[in-house]
Design a protein around this ligand. Sequence first.
Ligand SMILES: CC(C)(COP(=O)(O)OP(=O)(O)OC[C@H]1O[C@@H](n2cnc3c(N)ncnc32)[C@H](O)[C@@H]1OP(=O)(O)O)[C@@H](O)C(=O)NCCC(=O)NCCS
Length: 189
Amino acid sequence: MTSILLQASRLALRDFQSADLEAVHAYAKDERVVAHQEWGPNSLEQTRSFVESCAAEPSHLTRRSFNLAVVLADGRLIGGCLASLDAEGHAAEIGYSFNPRYWGQGYASEAVQCLLQFLWRDIGLRRVSAYCRPENAASIALLQRASFRLEGQLREHKLIRGHYRDSLVWGRLAGDGVLEDTAALSKFA
Ligand SMILES: CC(C)(COP(=O)(O)OP(=O)(O)OC[C@H]1O[C@@H](n2cnc3c(N)ncnc32)[C@H](O)[C@@H]1OP(=O)(O)O)[C@@H](O)C(=O)NCCC(=O)NCCS
């Protein structure tokens, strides 16, 4: 059952469904997508396990993890966004991965803006953070476009394919910058 639908101008964010397996695996198995991440490249079984665990997330707003598929108006699934809330529900960490076929067109930026609107307005968060590797230029550019501020560098923060890697820490408060008007609507079943 789709319980969350966040509508932006060119795309929507919704809960994952079992039928998304093929479209998710198209990017989850891609070395370019996982180069700076701790997971992947996925086997089909790993992607199936991810999609099934997302699809099984509770359908209410009090859940702590929002793993959402990003889809175009014609239903094509082009990527995924995640917001993991802390125990108190004041802050969240976000992440995102997109199919390289859809890079460079502003879709990821639009999806993150839409997710931020949801986190401020519907969930009532004060702070959103993101971690990315210093080498991940596309992710850095996205975070800067979304008015995140660089807050520091964590040395040897993550173990990525056998090597300890630094992370940049980015933070955004609800009042930082101006959110683009993505005309986001939130619907909950
Ligand atoms: C990080 C990632 C999501 C960024 O994707 P992206 O395609 O670069 O980001 P966007 O969709 O916002 O596209 C931005 C580009 O589209 C252009 N663009 C075109 N139309 C646009 C629009 N309407 N709005 C905004 N940007 C637009 C921008 O100018 C920018 O181009 P540039 O890269 O030449 O400056 C992508 O690289 C990815 O999936 N990487 C692998 C996973 C990953 O590393 N995740 C992050 C872990 S920390």
